[in-house]
Design a binder for this molecule. Structure first.
Ligand SMILES: Cc1cc2nc3c(=O)[nH]c(=O)nc-3n(C[C@H](O)[C@H](O)[C@H](O)COP(=O)(O)OP(=O)(O)OC[C@H]3O[C@@H](n4cnc5c(N)ncnc54)[C@H](O)[C@@H]3O)c2cc1C
Length: 435
C-alpha cells in the first residue's frame, strides 16, 4: 500500500508549467478592467482566451476533472487537487483550463444523464469551450438550502414543457447559451425529493426574462454575472428533460459532490496567496521596535495561518484520495461535508489576518484581500450552507456509534476497573500477597 507525500517528477514538471503559465499569462489578463472570460461578444478577448486554451490543450491539461472518454486526462482527484491549488489563485484560470463552474458540473451531469441528442447539442460544444451554461436552482421566495421548497413548475402541454417561476443568483446567466433548470414536475410524489426534474432551456427562449443582474460585494461589477430570471410560459420540447422525471435532486447531488471538492482545492490556492501577502508584509513593514515580523502578535498570525492551511490541505487531499478509491461521491459524503465546512473558515481567517496586518491598505480595493474575505462568506452559503454540512457530517459520524447498554458510559473508569480486576484477579492476588 502506497502512502506518499511526494509528487512524481513528470507530474511536478506539469505543475511547474501551470504555475508559470498562470503567473505570466492569466493573472495579468484578469487585472484588465471591464472584461469577463465568458463574454463571447468580445471577439478579441475570445481569440486571446482561445490561444491560451490551445496552449493548455497542447500540454494535455484541458478539462482535467473529466475522464478520457470526455476529453479529459483521467488524472484522478489527487492530481487534480495539486493542479487546482495553483489554478485557484486566479478567477480566470478555470476558464483557460476548461474547468470553470458552472460549466464543469453541467458537463458532468450531461455526460451521465444526457440523451445522445443532448450530448451532441450541448455537451460536446461545452467541453470544447465553444458555448457556456447556467445552472438554475435557487429561487428568491424560498430557502435555497432546502430544494423541496421550490416553486418553479414545468407542466407537459401538447408535447412541450411549459415552465413558470423565478430563479436568482444565476451565475453566468448573462453569457449562458443554455440553462439547466430545476422545476417541479411531479407535485404529487410522496417523497418531496422526487418532485423536481431538470430541463434544458436554450438562451433566448420566449418567456425567459432577465429581471436584473445581482452584484455580490467584493466582486467588481464587470465580473459580476449572477442574474435574477423570470420564466413565464417558457415552452421547450418534451425531449428537453435531462435524466428521469423526478430525478433532479439525485442528479444534482452527483454534480455538487465534484463541485464542492474542486472549490476546496482552489480555495487552498487563494488561502496561500493571502498567507504569502501576510508574510511579505510582516517582513517589510517597520514600526518603532523593528519589522512587524518581530512582534509576537504577528508571529501568532503567521503560525496559526500556516497550521490552518496545512490542516485543510491534508483534509482536501485525503478526501480527493478517497474519491479516487471509491469513485462515487456519495460514499465520501461525510468527508466532502467536512471539507465544505472547513473551507470558508480557513480562507476567512487567513484573509482577515492578512487584511489586518496591511492596515488601511488591506481593507481597500488596492489589494484583493477584502474580496477574498468576502469570497469566504460566499463559500459558506453556496452549495449548501455550513450549518447543513455540519448536520450531514454529524449525522454520518453518529450513525457509526451505538448507545451503551447500561447506565454508565463505556469509558467509565470504576466500571472498567472492576472488569479489569476480574480479568487479572490472579495477578492482583499475587501482587497483594507480595506486599
Ligand atoms: C455568488 C453566488 C453564486 C450563486 N450561484 C448560483 C447558481 O449558479 N445557481 C443557483 O441555482 N444558485 C446559485 N446561488 C445561490 C445559492 O445556491 C444559495 O444562496 C444557497 O443555496 C442558499 O440559499 P439561500 O440564499 O436561499 O439561503 P437560505 O436557504 O435562506 O439560508 C440562509 C441561512 O439560513 C441558515 N440555514 C439554512 N438552512 C439551515 C438548516 N437546515 N439548519 C441551520 N441553519 C440553516 C444558514 O445560516 C444559511 O446561510 C449563488 C449564490 C451566490 C451568493
Amino acid at each position: 500500500m502506497g502512502w506518499d507525500f511526494e509528487t512524481e517528477p513528470e507530474f511536478q514538471a506539469k505543475l511547474d508549467w501551470i504555475d508559470d503559465f498562470v503567473r505570466s499569462e492569466i493573472e495579468p489578463l484578469e487585472l484588465l478592467p471591464g472584461l469577463h472570460p465568458s463574454d463571447s461578444s468580445n471577439t478579441r478577448l475570445r481569440s486571446v482566451i482561445r490561444r491560451l486554451q490551445d496552449q493548455v490543450k497542447a500540454q494535455g491539461l484541458w478539462a482535467c476533472h473529466l475522464g478520457p472518454e470526455l476529453g479529459g486526462q483521467g488524472y484522478g482527484q489527487v492530481k487534480l487537487a495539486l493542479m487546482n491549488e495553483i489554478i485557484g489563485r486566479s478567477q480566470w484560470a478555470p476558464y483557460v483550463f476548461g474547468s470553470q463552474a458552472p460549466d464543469s458540473g453541467n458537463a458532468e451531469i450531461l455526460a451521465h444523464y444526457g440523451t445522445a441528442e443532448q450530448k451532441a447539442t450541448y455537451l460536446r460544444p461545452l467541453l470544447d469551450g465553444d458555448i457556456s451554461s447556467c445552472y438554475s436552482m435557487t429561487e428568491p421566495q424560498v430557502s435555497g438550502s432546502d430544494p423541496t421548497l421550490q416553486r418553479t413548475t414545468a407542466v407537459l402541454d401538447g408535447g412541450e414543457w411549459v415552465v413558470n417561476g423565478e430563479k436568482w443568483f444565476q451565475t453566468n446567466a448573462q453569457y449562458a447559451d443554455f440553462f439547466i433548470v430545476m422545476a417541479v414536475t411531479e407535485p404529487e410524489a410522496d417523497n418531496p425529493y422526487q418532485r423536481m426534474s431538470l430541463l434544458i432551456v436554450p438562451a433566448g427562449t420566449p418567456g425567459l426574462e432577465f429581471v436584473r443582474h445581482l452584484e455580490v460585494a467584493g466582486e467588481s461589477s464587470a465580473r459580476t454575472s449572477h442574474s435574477y430570471l423570470r420564466f413565464t410560459d417558457v415552452r421547450v420540447p418534451a425531449s428537453s428533460l435531462l435524466g428521469e422525471r423526478g430525478g433532479a435532486f439525485a442528479i444534482a447531488q452527483t454534480r455538487l459532490g465534484g463541485g464542492r471538492i474542486h472549490h476546496a482545492m482552489r480555495a487552498i490556492g487563494r488561502a496561500r496567496q493571502a498567507f504569502d501577502m501576510l508574510c511579505e508584509r510582516a517582513v517589510s513593514r517597520q514600526v518603532r521596535q523593528g519589522p512587524l515580523a518581530a512582534m509576537q502578535f504577528t508571529q501568532q498570525k503567521v503560525a496559526d495561518s500556516w497550521i490552518e492551511i496545512e490542516q485543510f490541505r491534508l483534509l482536501v487531499l485525503r478526501t480527493a484520495w478517497l474519491i479516487d478509491r471509491h469513485r462515487d461521491y456519495r460514499k465520501v459524503r461525510k468527508d466532502i461535508s467536512a471539507v465544505k465546512v472547513a473551507m470558508p473558515a480557513v480562507l476567512r481567517n487567513v484573509a482577515q489576518r492578512a487584511m489586518h496586518i496591511h492596515g488601511a491598505l488591506g481593507v481597500s480595493d488596492e489589494l484583493p484581500l477584502a474580496a477574498m474575505a468576502h469570497v469566504a462568506e460566499v463559500m459558506g452559503i453556496v452549495d449548501g450552507p455550513t450549518e447543513v454540512h455540519k448536520i450531514v457530517l454529524a449525522r454520518e459520524i453518529l450513525a457509526g456509534y451505538e448507545p451503551v447498554a447500561g447506565p454508565w458510559p463505556s469509558a467509565h473508569v470504576p466500571t472498567r476497573r472492576e472488569a479489569a480486576r476480574l480479568k487479572y484477579a490472579e495477578l492482583l492476588e499475587h501482587t497483594i500477597a507480595a506486599f
